[in-house]
Design a protein around this ligand. Structure first.
Ligand code: ASP
Length: 329
């Protein structure tokens, strides 16, 4: 399920005089979480990723940066209550929302992340602020909250949906949840995006409410640089989703890029890495991947993962295994 990205366009003059009239290629690929998405959520999930890919694509088409594109795309998904990120996040064992996110710029390896943050509608933007406004890469819980306060991030008290409250009340344990989410029926959707801009820079972003019934303070892969995502202009960008404890053990994002650095194409590198994660720790998941030349892949070992990308005037998307639809825009 990979393609050479075909989008060629003249860089917006206003965007950069030094790149005037240069033909450059841009790509954005987004995902809405790898798990066994129930049929009832299918339509909203697919619509959400298609919308986010187009929002990110608009940023890139107007000469915007890859880091802006992934942040904007992930913010869309955080604002959509269909997804387990920002609004719509799952609840931990104490019935609270704790959010994790990362963002990374492949140009200079600048990275920012937040873990276990509460009452923040767009953790990806807080992660970006950590990257741009602090000397650190990651802030957690209380410190992240204090930092959010110091830069006047608005607090959100409406992140929990009625549906999640119902699901949480009927859920049993984290372990049962992991089995159900990733190997059979119900679940949640972490979100993520990777992009290549017209200046040749790649970026990634990932955001999640985690896995229902997680222990208070549990941090999964999503805010961990190298596990939940990684971006390096030298190889490409990855955003991961799936069973966080498994992804952490194999450092999935870096593993995929390692295989690409060894000469594998994006799809082969992703499939090999997901297979390795299954063989070594029985973990399932998925990833969206982009090479620095614009070759992309969306692959998963769970039953479903909604993904979408825009190339030229065509929207590509998929949801079930081996599915690839195209729509003219
Ligand atoms: N990876 C996320 C976590 O373990 C969950 C997911 O991707 O659905 O927190």
């Amino acid at each position: 399920m990979w393609q050479e990205a075909e989008k060629l366009f003249v860089v917006n003059k206003a965007a950069s005089s030094s790149h005037e009239n240069k033909l450059m290629k841009t790509v954005i690929v987004v995902h809405g979480g790898a798990w066994d998405v129930p049929d009832a959520a299918a339509e909203a999930t697919v619509a959400g990723v298609k919308n986010a890919a187009q929002v990110g694509d608009t940023v890139l088409r107007s000469g915007g940066s890859a880091i802006d594109a992934v942040e904007r795309a992930v913010r869309c998904l955080e604002d959509d209550p269909t997804f387990d990120a920002g609004h719509g996040s799952v609840l931990n064992a104490a019935g609270e929302v704790e959010l994790d996110s990362l963002i990374m710029d492949g140009k200079n390896l600048a990275a920012g992340a937040v873990a276990s943050v509460r009452n923040i509608a767009n953790p990806v933007s807080l992660a970006r602020a950590v990257m741009e406004k602090t000397d650190h890469v990651m802030l957690t819980d209380r410190g992240a909250g204090m930092f959010a306060d110091s830069i006047s991030t608005p607090l959100a008290h409406d992140l929990v949906t009625e549906l999640e409250l119902e699901e949480w009340e009927h859920s049993n344990s984290y372990r049962d949840g992991v089995k159900r989410f990733f190997n059979t029926n119900r679940g949640h959707d972490t979100v993520g995006a990777v992009a290549l801009d017209s200046f040749g820079n790649v970026a990634c972003a990932t955001s999640t409410g985690g896995i229902r019934n997680k222990m208070v303070g549990r941090v999964g892969d999503s805010p961990i640089i190298g596990s939940g995502g990684y971006a390096d202009n030298g190889s490409g960008a990855v955003s991961c989703t799936g069973h966080g404890e498994s992804i952490l053990k194999v450092t999935l994002a870096r593993l995929i890029l390692f295989h690409m650095e060894q000469g594998k194409c994006a799809l082969e590198a992703t499939n090999m890495s997901l297979q390795h994660m299954f063989d070594r720790v029985k973990g399932c998941g998925g990833a969206v991947v982009l090479s620095s030349t614009g070759e992309w892949a969306a692959s998963f070992t769970t039953p479903r993962m909604a993904w979408a990308t825009v190339t030229e005037d065509t929207l590509h998307h998929g949801f079930n295994q081996r599915e690839h639809f195209t729509e003219k825009l």
